[in-house]
Design a protein. Sequence first.
Length: 865
Amino acid sequence: MSLSRLDVVIFGASGYTGKYAVYEAVKILENYKWGIAGRSRTKLENTLAEMGKKSGKNLSNIPIIIADVKDENSLLNMAKQTKVIANCCGPYRFFGEQVVKACIEAGTHHVDVSGEPQYMETMELKYHNLAREKGVYIVNSCGYDSIPGDMGIVFLEDKFNGTVNSAEGYFRNYYLNNKSSGPGLNYATWESAINGLIHANELKGIRKKLFTTKTRFSPQLKNRSTIHKSEVAGDRYCLPFPGSDRSCVMRSQQHFFKNDNKRPVQFQAYSAYDSLLTTLNVLFAGTILKLLSKFSFGQKMLLSHPEVFTLGYVSREGANEEKSINTISEVIFHGEGWKEKSQNATDEIILPINKEIITRVTAANPYYGAACVGLLLAATTILNESSKMPGSGGVYAPASAFKHTSFINELEKHGFTFEVVKLKTVTKCGRFKSKLVKMSSERLDVLIFGASGYTGKYTIFEGIKVLKDLKWGVAGRNKQKLEGVLAEMGKKAGEDLSKIPIIIADVKDEKSLVEMAKQAKVIANCCGPYRFFGEQVVKACIEAGTHHVDVSGEPQYMESMQLKYNQQAREKGIYIVSACGFDSIPADMGTVFLQEKFDGTVNSVETYLWSYALNHYKPKGAALHFGTWESAVYGLAHANELRGIRSQLFPNRGPRVTPKLNSRSIIHKSEFVGNRWCLPFPGSDRSVVMRSQRHFFDKDRQRPVQMQAYIAFASFLHVLGVIFVGAIFGLMSRFAFGRKLLLDYPKIFSFGMASHEGPEEKTNENVAFDMIFYGQGWKDKLIEPTDQFDEPMNKKMVVRVSAVNPGYGATCVALLLTATTILKENSKMPENGGVFPPGAAFKNTNLIKELQNNGFTFEVTKVEE
């Protein structure tokens, strides 16, 4: 390059970002020859006058170059007059490539503040080799997008002293003093964002060409849920960050992998907000923007009326200066990996993750102050330290360009902060153990949520005995009702429950659910139907680091929770266990009991449920509460959802075991229940048992047991009546009008079996159940779960599980015992947390023994070999 060239030219200097670049240049480029460029001399002169006055400097002698993005010759002429172009002229989708081409032709370096992944990745795809041949560096995203993110990861890696597997970045802005009113972003930033949304589908094709080989490392860093709370971000609510930081980081990491033989860091970016309301508002606004950006009319509306769609945050006049000056950007990085260093990029470290680090990058006025500082320091770094940069030129993201330079040191001299907040070696088992929640001893041990409901009040009654040595409380949305039910159950038990803690929480108020969950170690959730009211409580428990048990009998809900939240629960070290009542403790734990007692290999189990009255009592009125009826109505109405859920939950089919257990005829007699007539049991038992069996196969290398469930009736007439009611129920549940009738008139359509009032207490107390298990298999054991026997089955076993008051007595006892088992024996439970059915969760604990101590019977009644 000619010595007569300027060192740096700020192009687009009369634009909003450009004029702030001029202001920062007064200090940063004090010892350099620099100039400005644009298409209007008058506007450029005005910018120099304005920024000169603001800085107290005379800028009238700063060179001015006229160049227009619509005139390629003018761009080339501009590029020939400088060593580096600092390009502030966006949106870069429309105005960036012309300048890049001119710089390559002129042999001039180029830096910009783009936050547009399509533009940046296209430039690398199209011009990397040309730039390298010319010996020039084209470095994009040198502003707020994405200096903190990309250089922040480089800083984290430098300080880690080991091998980083993954990092998560949490971006947050906050205000010094009081929050200033007025716009926070200039229109051009908005325009770039909207055009990025409009053309987001282009990225897949670009990346397919840019990254021709895929690399996969483990453990894989999974995306967190769309809305989540992060301890790293100060327990703030977080959303995926829509900026270009992840794009830049991944480009840099790919460069290090290919050129430096370094294992790439996996990265996810999130934005943090101080309140759930703000988070929901941002999510709603983002959804509207994404929707409108798909249509030409919507695109026009977004670009024509930015003030309307951002509630004044974006303005054509630019950001409010006071607001910009008082804005602080903070990015918190949480990195995990190993204290050991890998020798080669493709080496897999078989040790558990054993080291973590938290770092922070901060800067004031991120969008227009820090952004311009980053841009200009990128330019001076190229001028001063190009020998430390990769190759002899090319198109790069900031980190891959400046990793080995003093760029971070220069940023720190000009207002940025890069610091290590926390660095520790995890001595037990890495990622998941290091994140186990340490619950405060001030928390209640167990909190019964939905305590004023029908099931909830009987859970209180059973809690008087089951939870007598623990700290427990009740929760719901109505304090008066909760006080009333405590008084009612206290009177029934002969106990004063007036001092039992009461917490107010409503399923329609997520904040109240989180606050509730933070006050307990385990939530015993009695608030159904879980299809409508379950997920909110599960999410709150995960956020708060609180275990959760419930009495759901709804397969769609339970399997969806495992699909959506298993990973998050495991990362938090908490257990989410559904079906802890009559659905499906007897079936799931009964199958576990049979397997333990079998002393061989179980191939299949058939269960027969039989309920009966004690002491010749003749039940009167309903047998089911409306809540159970409502869950059944919606479960049948949406049964077709299960196939899709299961295809995601179990993408790989389990092993094919033989001989296959075939379903018996719809109506049949069974010797195991006194030759009574039987039908297929429509409850959740089979769903729950099969999930546990799949867990045992996947995690314990245990051959899965096949299972079918049936229900027995006193007479053939009862069977026909149930089939008739079931047919009507199934038909009506398919249609909205039919469901309305079923829910409005439960007594009529259940022939008195279900009601809003629920069963009479005397009926509950005089009903018992037996569940008979008929297991078949071999007396020998297999070495591998996929091995097959070449001889017929030669062993049979019959097991019985029984209890009184299955629907509302035994159910509540089981629910509370699962809660206490988690408290006392979680070290015997699988992995370090997750979403499980009861059998998978409690197989290795004393739950069955505790159930036997509290009214359940588990016994082997027959063995044949």
